[in-house]
Design a protein. Structure first.
Length: 332
């Protein structure tokens, strides 16, 4: 090989990246000691952004399209290298391709239970899991904050970190919203929106966009689940709960009065006492319940023509059938 052919082989004429993977976020174009020549072709495909880096400093950024590398297309690189009259000789620059497509169906879950203070059950621990999707929004910020100087950067290099951000965001949202466990489990759509708003800013600081966040399930300890079932049963009974409690007490006294083990004079006394108590309990149960009328001034939510409405506490627009505000947690 002659000297001219050797020099020619060290010049790159075409720079492009054909992504054949499904999980590569950043790909560094392999220069292998080669240099870019004046007029080289740069191809940036859809869902890609090309970033030129000169001596560790981010220079020019290219969106999808085909480019001829000239001074007018590389203004920052031209300035960094002090090319006063443009350039017509080979030059060296690192080229990074950033994949801007959406990476979907990434899973997240709580490795350890999240402690929350509930108004009904006190301090309890819950677990949650779901899915999310994200994409690179600002290639320059992403390269500075997360990428570094690796040859490639894949989703598995960052998903564990993103999961920890999501779990921390869920913990903060629960604490700030003060939503009860019963309301939390029954209103996952609103809770998804609240959590996404809480976390989105942290993703943006890394040059990413949190496209979707789904909380698929929130599970409680077995004791809390039993308490929820009991609370639901009590709710079904409504105003009859007081009568039910008295009836249960009467049943317990009847069983005590019929206890065959309480023989003799003592047993007779216990039976008589239980009988008297039973009569008093039943009399109390048969008394009509007097309800006190309490006038409560209700503040209605402002409703739009399309069915949506605004929270009376913070003014945030909420869905028609929402049970609490996704912005402040106020129960509607």
């Amino acid at each position: 090989m002659g000297l001219f052919n050797f020099i020619k082989s060290q010049l790159l004429k075409v720079v492009e990246w054909t992504d054949e993977s499904s999980n590569t976020i950043v790909y560094r174009f392999p220069m292998d000691g080669q240099q870019l020549m004046y007029g080289s072709k740069l191809t940036v495909r859809e869902s890609q952004i090309a970033v030129f880096v000169n001596k560790g400093q981010i220079a020019d950024i290219f969106t999808p399209g085909m480019y001829k590398l000239e001074a007018r297309n590389l203004p920052i690189l031209t300035k960094l290298n002090s090319w006063k009259y443009g350039f017509n000789s080979p030059f060296f620059s690192e080229v990074y391709f950033v994949n801007t497509k959406q990476f979907a169906n990434e899973k997240w879950g709580t490795s350890n239970p999240i402690a929350m203070r509930d108004k009904d059950f006190g301090t309890i621990r819950i677990r949650a899991f779901g899915a999310y999707s994200f994409k690179a929004k600002d290639a320059g910020v992403f390269l500075k904050e997360l990428f570094g100087t690796s040859s490639t950067f894949k989703t598995e290099d960052i998903t564990s970190y993103l999961r920890s951000i999501i779990v921390a965001g869920i913990s903060d949202t629960i604490a700030e919203s003060k939503i009860g466990a019963l309301d939390l489990a029954a209103n996952l759509l609103e809770f998804n929106e609240m959590t996404k708003n809480q976390i989105a800013e942290k993703f943006e600081k890394m040059g990413l966009e949190l496209s979707t966040l789904i909380v698929e399930n929130i599970s409680f300890p077995e004791q809390v689940e039993k308490a929820i079932d009991t609370r639901s049963s009590m709710g079904v009974m409504g105003d009859q709960m007081d009568t039910f409690v008295k009836y249960q007490a009467a049943q317990a006294m009847r069983d005590a009065a019929q206890n065959p083990n309480g023989g003799g004079l003592a047993g007779t006394g216990v039976g008589l006492g239980a009988g008297v108590a039973l009569g008093q309990t039943m009399a109390e149960a048969l008394k009509p319940t007097v309800k006190k009328e309490v006038k409560v001034e209700e503040k209605e939510d402002e409703t739009n023509a399309d069915g949506s409405k605004f929270c009376h506490n913070c003014g945030n627009k909420v869905r028609k059938n929402a049970k609490f505000c996704a912005n402040c947690g106020e129960k509607l």
